[in-house]
Design a protein. Structure first.
Length: 243
């Protein structure tokens, strides 16, 4: 009589499923982390469309280093309109015409050998609110992914409002409310065209420039920004963030 042949079951894999190797396990965990991170990012972008960011990574770092920072949130309605026009004219004149990236400015920056910046106000807002400072590929990559999402969810007016409230204007001085009082002793609603232009002029390097003690080059830049703010108002390029 023929004997029945018994099939041996794997002791290490009784259900016959493929064993997950350590490498595959790491890949799976990495994928899960990416999914969780993406959901968290979307949630924060949706939240900050209506809720004011309480702080930022960089602001927290500076607060820890300095023992506190000067900052008070103000709505865009409490800021002189010329201030918003000045920062847009200085940092991103085509702000109302792009979806987060100014391709023309990027081409010019590449042609100049990368020695001039091409970051839009949208990109700077994403960096300031959600990320950290520094020139590394990880941060730039995350910024590139998040900027279109912010542009899709936030209005242009909201982007400018948040930017004006988180930008650094001096060591430990964040936001236009603190900056207006720090440099000129007035509220943000009372800023003149010249004062607004000076604040906008120091933004690229707030720790080495002073709006109350302007150098000749800063005065020249201030005049350019005053002209630029008037230009974008006249040609309609400020319409997307003005009520």
């Amino acid at each position: 009589m023929a004997k029945a042949v018994k099939t041996k079951k794997s002791k290490t894999n009784p259900k016959g499923k493929a064993r997950r190797t350590p490498f595959r396990w790491l890949l799976w965990q990495g994928f899960r982390a990416l999914c969780v991170g993406f959901v968290l990012v979307i949630a924060l972008i949706l939240l900050f469309a209506v809720v004011n960011p309480p702080t930022t990574i960089y602001m927290s770092q500076e607060s820890h280093r300095l023992g506190g920072v000067d900052r008070e949130w103000v709505s865009i309605e409490e800021i002189a309109p010329v201030m918003a026009r000045s920062v847009v004219a200085a940092e991103d004149a085509n702000f109302c015409q792009h979806w987060g990236f100014d391709l023309k400015a990027i081409k010019v920056a590449i042609a100049a050998g990368g020695h001039r910046g091409a970051s839009t106000i949208s990109q700077q807002t994403v960096k300031n609110v959600f990320l950290w400072h520094g020139r590394n590929f990880t941060r730039k990559g995350m910024e590139a992914l998040m900027t279109p999402l912010v542009e899709a969810v936030w209005s242009k007016r909201r982007i400018v409002e948040v930017y004006l409230n988180v930008a650094e204007f001096d060591e430990g001085v964040f936001g236009v409310e603190a900056a207006a009082r720090h440099y000129f002793g007035v509220g943000p609603e009372a800023l003149s065209a010249t004062q607004a232009a000076r604040l906008a002029a120091i933004l690229p390097s707030p720790k080495t420039r002073s709006a109350s003690r302007p150098t000749n080059s800063l005065r020249k830049r201030t005049r350019q920004i005053i002209d630029g703010a008037a230009t974008i108002r006249a040609d309609g390029r400020s319409a997307c963030f003005e009520s």
